[in-house]
Design a binder for this molecule. Sequence first.
Ligand SMILES: C[S@@+](CC[C@H](N)C(=O)[O-])C[C@H]1O[C@@H](n2cnc3c(N)ncnc32)[C@H](O)[C@@H]1O
Length: 463
Amino acid sequence: MLGKKRPPRPSSGKSGLTRKPETPKRQADDALLTIERLAHDGRGIAHDAAGKTVFVEKALTGERVEVAVHTTRKRFDEAHVKRRLTDAETRVMPPCPYFERCGGCDLQHMNVAAQRAHKQTVVRELLARQGVALGDIELIAGAPAHYRRRARLGVKLDAGGNVLLGFRAQGSHHLIDIAQCHVLVPELSALLTPLKALLGRLEAPRLVGHLEVIKPDGASVVLVRQLKAHAGDAAAWRAFAKEQGVRVGAFVGREERTLEWYVEPPVLEDPLEFAHSSVRLGFAPGDFLQVNAEANQRMVERVLGWLAPTLAATPAPKVMDLFAGIGNFSVPLALKGAHVQAVEGSPVMVARMADNAERNGVSLAAEQADLSDAARVRALFEGLDEPCCVVLDPPRDGAEAVCRALGERPVKQVAYISCDPATLARDAALLVNAGYRVRYAAVADMFVHTAHVETLLLFEHAG
Ligand SMILES: C[S@@+](CC[C@H](N)C(=O)[O-])C[C@H]1O[C@@H](n2cnc3c(N)ncnc32)[C@H](O)[C@@H]1O
């Protein structure tokens, strides 16, 4: 979008600078700047003639750029590039034609190796700021494109009544209509055009809030957010399912979100293949599912590898899997012979995990608990047998209550899988200050072409 004005973009919260209330947008303040380094969200960082920090969208380290400031804050400005005078060596032509407008990806202008190096740097810097030094950071990578097996697609009708289907623009509610996607798995990307054609034929397209597309092991699945039942459109979806060989279901109603399958319900399964075993995890719409199957497989293998010496011990060790979801780590750990105690906040997923243990012929103890509740977490750790490993894979908020409890009641090893390096850094400092050290570190490139960073750390307790 060179040379065009952009809407203001919200602060990512990852820049290290606190977000302040926005001052009114000022007139474009064009300037020539040199990008000094990348911020954690992938934007270029430069300083203007007065020394003020400027975050520049889609500009890379070393590039000389003419920018237009679109948002002014007290401590920094936010700008976009009007003209690039030089290109960084890491710059590539974005592989997706929608990249400049679509908010689904933010790093396609960098080569994939540079994206991965950037993510390793983000993790190293954020942990260093909390006093946690990392040695080598391994890279766990899957395919550099067409990896995403689940996505929510916005649906909108424009002023002319044309259907738009796609992702929102960066920092805006504006929907970008797409006919293909570089990160969706091919089966889901290929559905975009037929889906849009079908939406255009519906009698009441405004009753569709959004679509969710999922590619499990078998046929692709389309879930329609149907704000009100509509018999004619349900028939159209049934015909679509038949034509395309996909399964279609709908969450019907504004308040009551009951799922109705328009065709035979699919068997939703996530397969994991290991050297001497394979695992099939059942899941349902609404359950947590790692979006990148290949990177997830490698991530689970890596955690099992890190814990292998402990898992090989006799008698079999006890392993707690916290934030366990549908059993992505718990079931493979149980297959390795560990006594697994799995804890998850969602009762539905706890039940699914118990089913998954049964379907894979292993036993584990699955229980529901809120792991942000310090008293509940402390109670979980009371009476824990030694030696014990803990696997924890929290949401973006991190696992502060768990890490405080692990400080008071140390265990031999903690494998921490994180989707937010900032909360990971906070929690890592809690563990290190309580006598743990980082034995291994890895970055899994789960979300190629986006600034999201998935990190794996193995902590060991000195005592
Ligand atoms: C990043 S997912 C990881 C799930 C699983 N380990 C996996 O690899 O698929 C985080 C999980 O934590 C659960 N969760 C979120 N907040 C929680 C809380 N306060 N207490 C317990 N579980 C929580 C979510 O339901 C979700 O299943």
